[in-house]
Write a protein that binds this ligand. Structure first.
Ligand code: HEM
Length: 351
C-alpha cells in the first residue's frame, strides 16, 4: 500500500513542479492523488491528473459532500424530501447516488468478465469470489452490497483525506516556524542530498514532531465536525436527558477539539502540546477526528498512513509560503467536510 502512495505522490509532484511558475491553488489539489490510492485498491485502476474523468469524479464527490453538510434542511426536517425535493437537496442526493451506483455496477460487470480466481487484483475481485460461496447472500455478499460499499468508501475516503492535507498546508504556511521544524526532522531522519530517501510509514516512530504536527492539524481542523449521523436504537439516558429511540444523533467533534477547559488555548496551532518533556510524541485521547465507539471510521488506518506519507513527501520535496497579497485565514466552508476557503501558495523545490 505504501508503494501505491509513493507512486501517486510522484505523479502529484510532477504536476506541482510543472505548475510552480505561478502561485498554486491548494484546494482540491490532492483529490486525484487520494482518489487514485482508493481506486487502485478497490478497482485496480487509476486516473491521470489531467483526465476529465478524474475531474468529473472529484467534482461529483465534492458536490455530494456539500449537499449532505450539517446545514442541510433534511437533517432537521426529513419530510421536506416529499414537499420540496429540489430545494432541500434530496433530488441532488438521489442523482449523485444513482450515478455512482451505475458507475460501480459497470465496474463490477467489467471485473466479472476478466476475473481470474487464482489471482484477485483488488477489492472487487475478492468480493466477487466471496459471492460464489453457497452462503454468500446470507452474509450480505451481494451485488447491491458491493456497489454500496464501493460508493461509501469513495464518499468517506476521498474528500476527508485530501481536505486534511489541505488544512495541513494552510496551517504550515501560516506557521513557517512549524514547517521549518518538520523539515528539519524529515531531513534528519530521511537524509539530505544524494543520501536522501523516501519515507516509509515505520519512520513515524522516529519523527515525533511530524506526528505531533499531524495530530495538531486533526485537532485544529476537525474535517468531519459532526462525524456521521447515527440513530438511537433505544431510549438512551445521556447527561440527565433522554435521547429518544429513533433520534438522529450527531457527535460534536470540534467541541471536544476546541474545549478551552481541556486545551487552555484551543485556537492556537501548537504541535508542542503533544510533545512530552523527553521529546517523545504524546497521543491524546481527546483528539478524535475519526470518531469513537463501535462505528468509528473504518478507514482510519489507511487515512493515517496516507496522511503521514503524503505530508512527509510534500515537505521533503517542497517549501510552501503564502502567495503575495494572500490573506490567509482559518475560515471554513460549511459542508459535511469542513473545508478551508480557497488559498494560493508559492512553492519552491528543496535542495
Ligand atoms: C483524514 C481522513 C478521515 C477522517 C478525518 C475520517 C473521519 C471519519 C469520522 C469522524 C467518521 C464517523 C465515525 C462515527 O460516527 O463515529 C467516519 C466514518 C467512516 N469512514 Fe472515515 N475518515 C477519514 C478517512 C476515511 C477513509 C480513507 C475511508 C475509507 C477508505 C473512510 C471510511 C469511513 C467509513 C466507511 C465510515 C463509516 C463507518 C461506519 O459507519 O461504521 N474514512 N470517518
Amino acid at each position: 500500500m505504501e508503494t501505491i502512495v509513493l507512486e501517486e505522490f510522484e505523479q502529484l509532484a510532477k504536476e506541482m513542479e510543472r505548475d510552480m511558475h505561478s502561485p498554486m491553488k491548494v484546494n482540491q489539489r490532492f483529490n486525484v492523488t487520494v482518489l487514485n490510492v482508493l481506486w487502485r485498491l478497490v478497482a485496480n485502476k487509476r486516473l491521470d491528473h489531467g483526465d476529465p474523468e478524474a475531474q468529473k469524479r472529484v467534482t461529483e464527490v465534492n458536490d455530494f459532500v456539500t449537499v449532505v453538510g450539517p446545514s442541510n434542511p433534511l437533517i432537521v426536517a426529513p419530510s421536506l424530501r416529499f414537499i420540496a425535493p429540489e430545494w432541500s437537496g434530496f433530488s441532488a442526493l438521489k442523482r449523485h447516488r444513482d450515478s455512482s451506483l451505475a458507475m460501480f455496477q459497470g465496474l463490477m460487470q467489467e471485473h466479472r468478465q476478466t476475473l481470474d480466481r487464482a489471482a484477485p487484483r483488488d477489492f472487487i475481485d475478492r468480493f466477487l469470489i466471496e459471492m460464489e460461496s453457497p452462503d454468500a447472500a446470507a452474509r450480505s455478499f451481494t451485488d447491491e452490497s458491493l456497489s454500496i460499499i464501493c460508493m461509501d468508501l469513495f464518499l468517506a475516503g476521498m474528500e476527508t483525506t485530501s481536505t486534511s492535507l489541505t488544512w495541513a498546508l494552510l496551517l504550515l504556511v501560516m506557521h513557517p516556524d512549524v514547517q521549518t521544524r518538520v523539515q528539519q526532522e524529515i531531513d534528519a531522519v530521511l537524509g539530505v542530498g544524494a543520501d536522501r530517501r523516501l519515507p516509509s510509514y515505520s519512520d513515524r516512530a522516529n519523527m515525533p514532531y511530524t506526528e505531533a504536527t499531524l495530530q495538531e492539524v486533526s485537532r485544529r481542523a476537525t474535517v468531519l465536525p459532526r462525524a456521521v449521523g447515527h440513530a438511537a436504537l433505544v431510549d438512551a439516558p445521556l447527561g440527565g436527558y433522554t435521547v429518544a429511540k429513533g433520534s438522529l444523533v450527531l457527535m460534536h467533534l470540534d467541541a471536544v477539539h476546541m474545549d478551552p477547559s481541556y486545551w487552555g488555548d484551543p485556537d492556537n496551532f501548537r504541535p508542542e502540546r503533544f510533545i512530552n518533556a523527553d521529546g517523545t510524541f504524546r497521543r491524546d485521547e481527546r483528539v478524535i477526528p475519526f470518531g469513537v465507539g463501535k462505528r468509528f471510521c473504518l478507514g482510519e488506518t489507511l487515512a493515517r498512513m496516507e496522511m503521514f506519507m503524503l505530508f512527509t513527501c510534500l515537505l521533503q520535496r517542497f517549501r510552501f509560503s503564502a502567495a503575495p497579497g494572500q490573506k490567509l485565514s482559518l475560515e471554513s466552508r460549511v459542508a459535511a467536510v469542513q473545508q478551508p476557503m480557497e488559498f494560493l501558495v508559492n512553492i519552491e523545490v528543496r535542495g
